[in-house]
Design a protein around this ligand. Structure first.
Ligand SMILES: Cc1ncc(COP(=O)(O)O)c(C=O)c1O
Length: 326
């Protein structure tokens, strides 16, 4: 379970955001999981370190992932495969309505093209699992060995990457502030990032509350996915520890749906760019930051509390959604 390939060169940095903190009130830090790593970096690399190690252990040479033209997960996987000399296949279907005339060519699509990604397009109504299995069968028939990447990298192995991240935060925040943060805030898609963080803070028995802002699911299903995964991690690392009850998953900031920018999210992107020179993305981090701003404005998070915001990456999406910001 602790077998890893090296996709990250170091811990990601924890940076204080003085201007955002002055503007909003509480002390806000950002965990730079957007920086470093091949394929442009982002939160999936932590997950892929153990998942790809498992693939290699199983003698696989071809990694197959479900995605779309603007998928960070696919772009990061292709980059990791390039680095490690493995093959990759992106099974691609339209999941987000085209936002502008170059939507399917710019941003992540462009970077995947640059890496000469092998993209197999399927119809929007096709089932990912069925199509991925068919493609895996044809890969195996040719004498290669296929490995299917779980959705969003959110299985036990992948989510353990964010158990590691929680421990990094505990150490870094202790060095910076001599204590633990009151809140850790993250966007939540397939759930593995949040699950790993909850497991990490539960096992370390810190009072930190993990707040996830859903960007994909609008209903309770995501809470069940996250809780189940967090429990699975705890079970594997330290059985008999109770999952922390102080976490919260908010589904109110998804907006119209996955990949559709929201007004508050767009404001959050420009705010971070203007105040801190940092770029959030329209699909994930903008919606989590919009949630955080609202929690502070409504006093759900108090001015004397401390926050770590996880920057999960996705900067290429700013280019893909350029029309949002013009
Ligand atoms: C930039 C970014 N943030 C957040 C997420 C969501 O992470 P998770 O799927 O672990 O919930 C993703 C997943 O694709 C992502 O690309």
């Amino acid at each position: 379970m602790n077998n890893k390939v090296k996709l990250l060169n170091r811990e990601s940095s924890l940076e204080f955001l003085p201007n955002l903190s002055n503007t909003l009130g509480p002390k806000i830090y950002i965990k730079r999981d957007d920086e470093g790593g091949r394929g442009g970096g982002g939160n999936k690399l932590r997950k892929y370190e153990r998942i790809i190690a498992d693939a290699i252990h199983k003698k696989a040479d071809t990694l197959i992932i479900a995605g779309h033209h603007q998928s960070n997960a696919a772009r990061e996987l292709v980059g990791a495969a390039c680095q490690l000399g493995l093959k990759s296949i992106v099974v691609c279907k339209t999941m987000i309505p085209e936002q502008n005339p170059t939507f399917n060519k710019n941003g992540n699509a462009l970077l995947m093209q640059l890496m000469n990604a092998n993209i197999i397009t399927i119809n929007a109504e096709d089932d990912f699992d069925i199509e991925m299995n068919k493609i895996a069968a044809s890969v195996n028939k040719k004498g290669n060995k296929a490995y299917l990447i779980p959705f969003g990298g959110s299985n036990l192995l992948g989510s353990l990457g964010y158990y590691d991240c929680a421990n990094e935060i505990i150490e870094q925040f202790k060095n910076a502030e001599g204590t633990t943060p009151n809140y850790v805030v993250t966007p939540t898609g397939s759930g593995g990032t949040m699950a790993g963080l909850i497991a990490g803070f539960s096992i370390a028995k810190t009072p930190t509350k993990v707040i996830g802002f859903s960007v994909l699911y609008k209903d309770k299903i995501i809470e069940n996915i996250v809780t189940k995964l967090a429990n699975e991690i705890i079970e594997n690392i330290k059985p008999n520890v109770d999952i922390a009850t102080n976490f919260e998953l908010n589904t109110k900031f998804v907006g119209e749906g996955y990949g559709i920018p929201t007004e508050n999210g767009t404001k959050a992107v420009t705010m971070l760019a203007e105040l801190e020179g940092l770029f959030l993305c329209p699909v994930y981090t903008s919606k989590a930051m919009a949630g955080l701003v609202e929690y502070i404005k409504t006093n759900k998070i108090k001015k004397d509390e401390t926050i770590v915001f996880i920057h999960t990456g996705g900067m290429p999406l700013v280019h893909a959604y350029y029309n949002q910001y013009m």
